[in-house]
Design a binder for this molecule. Structure first.
Ligand SMILES: O=C(O)C1=C[C@@H](OP(=O)(O)O)[C@@H](O)[C@H](O)C1
Ligand SMILES: C=C(OP(=O)(O)O)C(=O)O
Length: 448
């Protein structure tokens, strides 16, 4: 899996979008299903796995740790494990590419094994803070040696005698929560994570589904998740729903292109993931949720989206964990709304694949949009009856969500918008340009 070649893309003014398209599988659920499937005894069958670069790196890492994770000719993935305690020391460095989730969750998974694992990734991953995971894992007995500020490359020296901990999350992060719970799998006794602000709970749902004993309790300090260590996990069937964070791009494109009517079937609607839908509905979006159902333990539904007049609103800080990856595309929607949209509580955006607050503010300004960047907030002033000017090239800094956001903006701007490199889009949304063009968009390679 070599890092892909640079791929400049451009998107120009499109008419309306119409049709029905299935977005790829959920990235969070895909990582977790490979990890738990390659730990559990017996076979885990995974339908609809996201075959994006980030997830393929996790599959390779699980194989290096002694598990099995293979794609069948029919597109169904099969994982098989050696049971809790059965992982083996990888013979080489694990290269997780662009994936923060893969890296942080795997750091937890290997921390309670008596061996050493080395991690690295691309330039974006090597700039991301891992101390937030290293700190609780150290309390459990592991040692982590990293570059300054906890950045990769790093080594996790696992412990042969792990200690269960009770840990209160200092930042709202499903990745940190999950890393501790996964470390707790090979730890005797009860490991507890307390989260003052609830974050996505796919790890909890899936651990239970594989047979672990896990309880969730509301305490004065927050939501306390407790896992009994050394469970016997057994393989199961997993059906991965469409990723709501990927659906966000065609969804917002349909809202801002007059006359559009798009259906996005089979989208995950976990309550900890739908902050964007909630926000857009408050802004006046015409989004219908059809045929709500439960598939393999996760809520799912079909979204029908029609072009809408949007109004600016204030998005409260407490909503951030349920739409943390959606602020780049929300800020594009805000550029087409009447009035001001204020997004609060965004400090975590500074430590994603790029500093998403800075990258969005700069890019929107470059497209002629009035925007102001606070330390942990972003305010976008849209409307005034004019389309954003566009007509610029955005440096995406290896950030898939920045790339896709500006390509969506270009569809509805006065002049085309280009991105310097769309290769990173494959990390979470392979086939993005093809899918968007199938709905009527005009996204194409940028000719030199
Ligand atoms: O647990 C996960 O799968 C994820 C959690 C979020 O990160 P944080 O936990 O750092 O907020 C999110 O940004 C990321 O894309 C996926
Ligand atoms: C932040 C993201 O992913 P990760 O942390 O896994 O790199 C994302 O997909 O927007």
């Amino acid at each position: 899996m070599a890092h892909s070649a640079v791929l400049p893309l451009t998107s120009g003014s499109a008419g309306s979008l119409s049709g029905s398209v299935q977005v790829p599988g959920d990235k969070s659920i895909s990582h977790r299903s490979l990890m738990l499937g390659a730990l559990a005894l017996g076979e885990t069958e995974i339908h609809g796995l996201l075959e994006g670069e980030d997830v393929l790196r996790t599959a390779a890492a699980m194989r290096a740790l002694g598990g099995a994770a293979e794609r069948g000719a029919d597109g169904v993935w099969h994982a098989r494990g050696r049971g809790i305690g059965g992982l083996i020391e990888p013979a080489d460095v694990l290269d997780l590419g662009n994936a923060g989730t893969g890296t942080r969750l795997l750091m937890g998974l290997v921390a309670t094994y008596d061996f050493t694992t080395f991690f690295t990734g691309d330039a974006s991953l090597r700039s991301r803070p891992m101390a937030r995971v290293a700190e609780p894992l150290t309390r459990m007995g592991a040692q982590i040696i990293a570059r300054s500020k906890g950045r990769p490359p790093l080594a996790v020296i696992g412990t042969a005698e792990p200690l269960p901990i009770t840990y209160r999350l200092p930042v709202a992060s499903a990745q940190v929560k999950s890393a501790i719970l996964l470390a707790g799998l090979n730890t005797p006794g009860i490991t507890t994570v307390i989260e003052p602000e609830p974050t996505r709970d796919h790890t909890e749902l899936m651990l239970r589904g594989f047979g672990a004993e896990l309880t969730v309790e509301q305490t004065p300090e927050g939501r306390a998740v407790s896992l009994r260590g050394q469970p016997e996990l057994t393989g199961r069937k997993i059906v991965v729903p469409g990723d709501p964070s990927s659906a966000a791009f065609p969804l917002v494109a349909a809202l801002i292109l007059p006359g559009s009517d798009v259906t996005l079937p089979n989208i995950g609607l976990n309550p900890h993931r739908i902050g964007l839908i909630e926000t857009l509905l408050e802004m006046g979006a015409d989004i219908q949720i059809l045929d709500r159902r439960e598939v393999a333990g996760e809520p799912v539904g079909d979204l029908r989206v029609r072009a809408s007049k949007l109004q600016g609103i204030t998005v409260p800080a407490e909503r951030a964990p349920s739409m943390i990856d959606e602020y780049p595309i929300l800020s594009v929607a805000a550029a087409f709304a009447e009035g001001e949209t204020k997004m609060l509580g965004l400090a975590e955006l500074r430590v994603k694949e790029s500093d998403r607050l800075g990258t969005m503010a700069q890019g929107l300004a470059g497209c002629g949009i009035e925007v102001s960047e606070g330390e942990d907030s972003l305010t976008v002033r849209g409307g005034k009856g004019r389309k954003p000017a566009g007509g610029t090239t955005i440096a995406v800094k290896l950030d898939h969500r920045i790339g896709m956001s500006f390509l969506v903006l270009g569809l509805a701007a006065e002049r085309p918008v280009a991105i310097d490199d769309g290769a990173a889009i494959d990390t979470s949304f392979p086939g993005f340009a093809r899918l968007m063009n199938g709905l009527g968009a005009g996204i194409a390679p940028l000719k030199a």
